[in-house]
Design a protein around this ligand. Structure first.
Ligand SMILES: *Cc1c(COP(=O)(O)O)cnc(C)c1O
Length: 430
């Protein structure tokens, strides 16, 4: 395959020399003028393309792509995905309420993950009739049985097993080793399924595994699913047939410049999983988050100042760690590009935000074209775990969000106001 035939990994591009950066057919300069900065811009077209890559790669077997809501929980994005057949992987009652708000009929396509589900969250999900609870401990399974009996609603459950597979990624987002808090030791799972086989409020429905996030190689996914498949066969021999294997999420992207062939990546991933599931004819669930939305999004900010301190040059932007915390939290790399191409010699700079923390940086010692106060910059690959992990630290208003589809841009979340922020507070005793 020649490089030119590899589809672009990102929907952001300069349509002509000297033209500003565009998302699809929409100029980011125009969007910044209209909606202000910092501003998140997402391409609906790319999100759907990525969803379809998964749907096509697994077309040969019964499957459901359950988008991991925590990666980006914007209602408009959930609606877009629900309308195109996606299910959802949720980790809280709040995320379930988001799904129900945009697509109540999608409840039957929801799986509920997470190590610490509360009674109100479990009840909400039972009443909504979700597809499956991914249970992470024996205590949780007992609680689920108790709530199901109380509400007279049978609970379909899967054990989330911990396969003890190492996946090369940042330690904060690795989850598949025995030492992590996630899942149930795979060696104990058989006994647990057995022990609840007679419970009329619990239906052993599936088995799930999720080994971490931003995993670039397909091999650990294959190993984890192979271990799960072995257990599925064992259970079947014991008269506990399962309908679903949930392979989790975690497929990584390339945050660096250069070509990234998303279609080839998904094909390789599908191959590894399918090989591990040879002979399995049940339903397969997949829970991609980052892979569907990360590269579809950019955070647009404006340069407030540039300054030199000793030997360092700082570019101070109006966007900050409260808007996009990944660099501060995981030393994550985001490509940064000027929205209007800047001719001239590149300089080595630190790109930072205004928040009062030395951890408030987007890039250190990065070569960038000359930037001046007033220039717009775009932080690429910010569609996943960007807005979703944002905060109001320093009483900063969270960014507005825009979704671009074809030639059209639509505001999907207005910028917060100070009134929004102060509303829940009370100054004096009531
Ligand atoms: C976070 C998470 C995902 C999604 O991970 P990505 O790396 O965004 O694909 C899927 N399943 C579970 C259980 C998760 O916790």
């Amino acid at each position: 395959m020649t490089t030119s035939s590899i589809p672009p990994a990102r929907p952001f591009h300069y349509p002509r020399p000297k033209a500003p950066l565009h998302c699809g057919k929409v100029s980011l300069q125009a969007l910044a003028r209209r909606y202000g900065t910092p501003l998140y811009v997402y391409s609906a077209d790319q999100i759907l393309e990525r969803l379809q890559l998964f749907q096509q790669a697994f077309a040969g077997r019964e499957h459901l792509v359950c988008y991991a809501v925590k990666a980006n929980s914007a209602l408009a994005i959930l609606k877009l995905l629900a309308d195109h057949g996606a299910g959802f992987d949720i980790v809280s009652g709040g995320e379930l309420q988001r799904v129900l708000a945009v697509a109540p009929q999608a409840a039957e396509r929801v799986v509920f993950s997470g190590v610490g589900k509360t009674i109100p969250e479990i009840d909400l999900a039972l009443n909504a009739g979700i597809l499956q609870f991914n249970v992470e401990s024996e205590g949780e399974l007992e609680l689920l049985a108790e709530r199901a009996r109380k509400l007279k609603r049978k609970a379909r459950f899967a054990l989330r097993v911990n396969p003890d597979v190492f996946a090369e990624t940042h330690p904060y987002i690795s989850t598949g080793l025995r030492e992590h808090k996630f899942g149930i030791d795979i060696r104990k799972a058989l006994g647990i399924y057995r022990s609840v086989a007679g419970n009329r409020w619990l239906q052993p429905h599936g088995i799930s595994v999720h080994i971490g996030s931003q995993i670039r190689s397909s091999e650990p996914f294959g190993s984890a699913v192979a271990r799960v498949h072995k257990l599925v066969r064992q259970l079947e021999r014991e008269g506990i047939p399962l309908k679903v294997v949930d392979a989790g999420g975690g497929l990584g992207i390339d945050y660096h410049a250069g070509h990234f062939d998303a279609a080839a990546k998904v094909a390789e991933y599908a191959e590894a999983i399918s090989a591990a599931l040879q002979g399995y004819n049940g339903r397969l669930l997949l829970e991609p988050g980052r892979f569907l939305v990360a590269q579809a999004g950019a955070l647009v900010g404006r340069v407030l100042h540039t300054k030199r301190n000793g030997s360092k040059t700082f570019v101070i932007a109006d966007a900050a760690m409260n808007d996009l915390i990944r660099p501060a939290l995981y030393q994550a790399h985001h490509e940064i590009v000027p929205v209007s191409p800047r001719p001239g010699k590149k300089h080595v700079v630190d790109v930072v935000g205004p928040v009062c923390e030395s951890g408030d940086f987007f890039a250190r010692d990065r070569e960038l074209p000359p930037l001046r106060a007033g220039d717009l910059i775009a932080l690429l690959d910010a569609g996943a775990y960007g807005m979703a992990q944002s905060s109001n630290y320093n009483t900063r208003l969270r960014p507005a969000e825009v979704l671009v589809q074809g030639g059209k841009a639509r505001l999907i979340r207005r910028r917060e106001t100070i009134a929004d922020l102060l509303a829940p507070e009370q100054i004096t005793a009531q």
